[in-house]
Design a binder for this molecule. Structure first.
Ligand SMILES: *Cc1c(COP(=O)(O)O)cnc(C)c1O
Length: 231
């Protein structure tokens, strides 16, 4: 496929996903403006990611700090935001802090401390989400739900990290009813925390983003569906 065809296919895929977002937002009594698509570009290289941006993607999600760094350095498109959606090790924090507009996947007190320290050193405030393990699966990352309040209190005591919401991944073994209740659980957890600053719920991927929106998602992380017909 030549680049123009790829961009055309990406445009169609983005339009379809945006339509589905809009319909699901309607069903939750909201509008498409209340839900941000994070286009997960982790499956492709920088050149292909650039075409996805040309097709209209403005918020890009990467799950590996190294790939985020590479794309951040090579793709110089004004107005594009990069989000880190995958696991972050403390030795990678320094680079990620100035590159990521939002880190979705903060899952330990040690990581909170490392991000705050690095942001302080660089004169920045890092915006993050706390990941909660609402499925309870051992292989999943994230704070156990009952530990999120303490993690939030701790982060709020620091000056260079700002928590603006919660994130989750549905369990691998979950059927669609389980997935819906996991998303509902994240929303309830956010509501129980009672903080007006927690505006974001990052939940939902290609297979379940509509369910996530129906349950209150404000950020959906969609990868595979955007690459249909291209890769
Ligand atoms: C890959 C990934 C996604 C996107 O998943 P798709 O099924 O490709 O839409 C979302 N969130 C995280 C954390 C991921 O690693």
């Amino acid at each position: 496929m030549i680049n123009e065809q790829i961009v055309e296919q990406f445009k169609q895929n983005l339009a379809q996903v945006n339509q589905r977002i809009s319909a699901a937002a309607d069903r939750s009594g909201r509008t498409a403006d209340d839900v941000q698509l994070v286009a997960v570009s982790k499956y492709v290289d920088a050149a292909m990611t650039d075409l996805l941006i040309q097709a209209g993607a403005v918020v890009l999600g990467e799950n590996r700090p190294q790939a985020l760094d590479e794309k951040f350095q090579t793709i110089n498109q004004p107005g594009v935001q990069w989000h880190l959606i995958g696991q972050l090790q403390r030795n990678k924090v320094k680079k990620v802090v100035p590159q990521a507009a939002l880190i979705h996947s903060v899952d330990s007190i040690r990581l909170i401390n490392a991000i705050d320290k690095s942001a302080t050193d660089q004169g920045l405030v890092a915006e993050v989400l706390l990941e909660a393990n609402v499925s309870g699966e051992a292989a999943k990352h994230g704070f156990p739900p009952e530990e999120v309040a303490a993690a939030l209190d701790h982060a709020n005591s620091l000056s260079s990290i700002k928590v603006t919401g919660l994130m989750c991944m549905a369990g691998l073994a979950s059927d669609s009813d389980d997935v819906r209740s996991e998303f509902a659980r994240l929303r309830e957890l956010r509501d129980q925390l009672g903080s007006a600053e927690l505006v974001h719920l990052s939940m939902g991927m290609s297979g379940d983003f509509e369910t996530a929106i129906e349950e209150g998602a404000t950020l959906v992380r969609v990868g595979a569906t955007l690459f249909e017909g291209v890769t």
